[in-house]
Design a protein around this ligand. Structure first.
Ligand code: TGC
Length: 410
């Protein structure tokens, strides 16, 4: 059913690349993407359906990811790969083409936990944790969100109290924390307030074997099933004085927000990987599936949908590319990240849902990726700032007026 105009794509992104994205990337960048794709093809694709069904995170993949050089990818020194932001983005979209849970692991480990230590940590914290985390020998998690403080982390209840001898004592709970049950180290954000050094929210490096620290997996998820989200409990967790992230950059909420910028950046790219994989799945399917005597791909309604998907994915990659190049020259702003996270997530989830629809009844099974991607993207769209958080961040950027809680002056 191919026509003289149909050809296999020369683009490393495949047939979806109708706008010449391939030309935007160097050979080295494309080689990085293809190396990550090879790992996904070998280790993830053959197993993801059963992991998803059984709610299993493949812990054994972690050292493989370390060997591949995708953990803490954009950071330099301390055993970190020191690659460009664009290469990190390309890796993220390849991982998320496999499954959002896999990209989430890399984001939590690299952007959040390693990012907090790399940006805000002491020399000792960096040299103790970063080499092992980059190699996948140690796992980290990032405790910001709480049961009653999601979009509004300023409302966190977790406290860190400093005792006369210098020790810190942490109390509180964190929720929706990726990897908590398998983590060796947790970055925990807590209010110091009047009990601490009086400088507000601070970050702490908490080895998870510290007495009083515990984690439990959140069960019953309909999204990100091949991933681990947890609740952390801190009951009189006693830490030495030097467990605090000491840098001035970590004082107040800007400390965790700088780490969220890194994770949100990865999502800008990652979401497009899920969209691309959904597109590839449905293009293959409609070329093969015959109804009413002809392949679905030969119907105008199918082609219109495929065309709209390819254009939307092309625009999403262009946005990610623009943001990535800006990051590599130090010109990235939080507003740009919000624009990319907001739009690429909502575009990707729309494409995954449309692809499921085009797969008909077969699309509701784990045999095909789009509904799995769509369900995963429900989480991706929600964490690291919901649509509304990013709309209001952009609204504040555009107007100068913060409208997060207009009835509360703060
Ligand atoms: P606001 O007054 O806006 O800011 C407080 C301080 O932070 C600075 N800041 C930023 N710095 C760097 N990058 C950014 N993107 C920043 N945004 C703000 C700001 O300049 C200020 O600095 P300073 O020096 O003046 O103190 O604070 P706000 O409370 O009004 O913020 C509003 C809002 C809604 C934008 C913010 O709260 C927000 O982004 N909320 C969403 C939170 C979120 O994304 N949560 C996800 C957390 S991740 C997690 O814990 C679980 S998911 C990951 C996993 O799987 O483990």
């Amino acid at each position: 059913m191919t026509t003289p105009f149909h050809a296999e794509s020369d683009s490393f992104l495949g047939r979806v690349d109708v706008v010449g994205l391939d030309s935007l990337f160097s050979d080295e960048e494309k080689a990085t993407a293809l190396a990550v794709r090879a790992l996904v093809d070998e280790h993830i694709r053959p197993n993801i359906a059963s992991w998803y069904e059984d709610a299993v995170f493949p812990r054994e993949i972690v050292p493989e990811l370390g060997r591949l050089g995708v953990l803490g990818m954009p950071y330099a020194g301390y055993g970190c790969p020191g690659r460009s932001a664009v290469e990190y983005g390309l890796a993220a979209q390849e991982l998320e083409a496999g499954d959002s849970g896999l990209r989430t692991f890399v984001s939590v480990q690299g952007s959040l936990a390693m990012g907090a230590i790399h940006k805000h940590g002491s020399e000792e914290q960096k040299s103790t944790w970063l080499p092992r985390m980059a190699a996948g020998e140690a796992v980290g998690c990032f405790g910001l969100t709480e049961p009653t403080a999601g979009s509004d982390p300023a409302a966190m209840l977790t406290t860190a109290r400093q005792e006369p001898g210098g020790d810190w004592v942490l109390n509180g709970s964190k929720r929706w924390i990726g990897l908590g049950t398998i983590a060796d180290v947790a970055i925990v954000w807590a209010q110091t307030g009047e009990h601490g050094d009086g400088r507000g929210v601070r970050g702490f490096v908490v080895p998870t074997d510290t007495p009083g620290f515990s984690a439990e997996a959140i069960i019953g998820k309909l999204s990100m099933r091949a991933s681990i989200q947890t609740e952390l409990h801190l009951e009189d967790v006693r830490l030495p004085a030097d467990a605090i992230l000491p840098a001035d950059s970590a004082v107040g909420l800007k400390g965790p927000f700088q780490c969220l910028n890194e994770a949100r950046y990865g999502i800008v790219w990652g979401a497009m990987g899920a969209a691309r994989d959904s597109f590839d799945a449905v293009l293959d399917y409609t070329m093969q599936r015959t109804q009413f005597g002809a392949p679905l791909a030969s119907y105008q309604l199918t082609q219109a949908k495929l065309a709209d998907m390819a254009v939307a994915i092309g625009k999403g990659y262009l946005l990610a590319h623009q943001i990535g190049r800006a990051k590599d020259v130090g010109a990235l702003s939080p507003a740009m990240i919000s624009a990319g996270k907001l739009d690429n997530c909502r575009v990707a989830i729309g494409i995954a849902r449309d692809a499921r629809e085009m797969l008909g009844g077969n699309g509701v099974t784990l045999e095909h990726s789009p509904l799995r991607h769509a369900n995963n993207l429900e989480s991706v769209r929600t964490y690291e700032g919901t649509d509304e958080v990013h709309q209001l961040t952009l609204g504040r950027h555009l107007t100068g007026i913060g409208a997060f809680a207009p009835h509360i002056a703060r």
